[in-house]
Write a protein that binds this ligand. Sequence first.
Ligand code: PMP
Length: 417
Amino acid sequence: MTRLSEHLRQATPVVAERGEGVHLYGTDGRRYLDFTAGIGVTSTGHCHPRVVAAAQEQVATLIHGQYTTVLHRPLQRLVEKLGSVLPEGLDSLFFANSGSEAVEAAMRLARQATGRPNIVVAHGGFHGRTVAAASLTTSGTKIRTGFGPLMAGVAITPFPNAYHYGWDEETATRFALREFDHLLQTVSDPDDTAAILVEPVLGEGGYVPANTAFLQGLRERADRHGILLVLDEVQTGVGRTGRFWGHDHFGVRPDILITAKGLASGFPLSGIAAPEALMHKARPGSQGGTYGGNAVACAAAVATLEVVEEEGLVANAAAMGARLRSGLEDVAAKTEAIGDVRGLGLMLASEFTTPDGEPDAATAVRAQQAAADEGLLLLLCGPWGNVVRMIPALVVDEGQIDDGLRAWAAAVETATA
Ligand code: PMP
């Protein structure tokens, strides 16, 4: 009998039959409140009628219009639509299918444009599972182990992870910037450094937001040394953090922006945006791919961006995020087991720790499983797997947040009993 590889362990016991909004319906006949959103992908909820209609219409019109062969309307419409949400000056786009591919595209572009070999990554970052993207990933050894040697030319600089270091944010930031300067002086000379690659909020690495001083400090150093600042907004983009882009919280403009996940509500689509003068430096033919910018995915992305705008989903993410955060803090206040609640917008997490402050994955797993029993689907993250994250679709409403919080409070009580 054939089977799905056992290496692909499901985080929940659910076999999903159908999805609608923030709910998944299992073959067990149960309805689940989905606070995973397919790892932050179904931004407009499962099967939003506008996205479904756009995709259905496109399927009947043109499924595949391979973009290095012919242009097609959904791609043109998406380029135009993204123009209204992209940071000023990032006027040139390239599309691929997954976050990992877009990360690779950004890395190739940075190296070709600067003629420099090295990419500096912030410690704890997750950038994907292709060999190159895994080489840039430092959120956990499970992504990197057993298939090396990894790609050369990667240097790791600290992220201002204040909770992890047990410092205040200012001390953590000063340390991180000083270590970046140190790295440029001792490991990777600016003349050899193509880019610094960072997430505005560490995602798989534990839902740790960056801060203004850190990102502005990187921006200033990048400008000084001709290094490109590349922001991986695969998880933080398209409203997830309560602003359209994660970096909008910090007033920092990237040279290359990477997007995927929430962009097309579940259809595989990713992209990078950069100034045309920079994008132009990619060697002809070095970027491309058979399926990137697929017509149905582009049509779904256009519908997604329309829904995000017309339904005010960025503002909703901010408001529902604040409500969820306050509820998570209330739950944390009642137990010693949760050491920290953090995140931005609807990208929130609770970190489980032992009484002496060590990572406590066992309790986190129990809480996640108890939540599934309560009908609430959640994912873990962080290097030790002790961080429970909540990333509901941006359409979530107050009643659903409160339902989620009730289930979470019950799950934490079960897990810590
Ligand atoms: N970058 C970030 C920040 C991500 O969160 C992810 C996926 N979790 C990726 C890149 C990789 O995306 P994909 O799985 O689509 O390749």
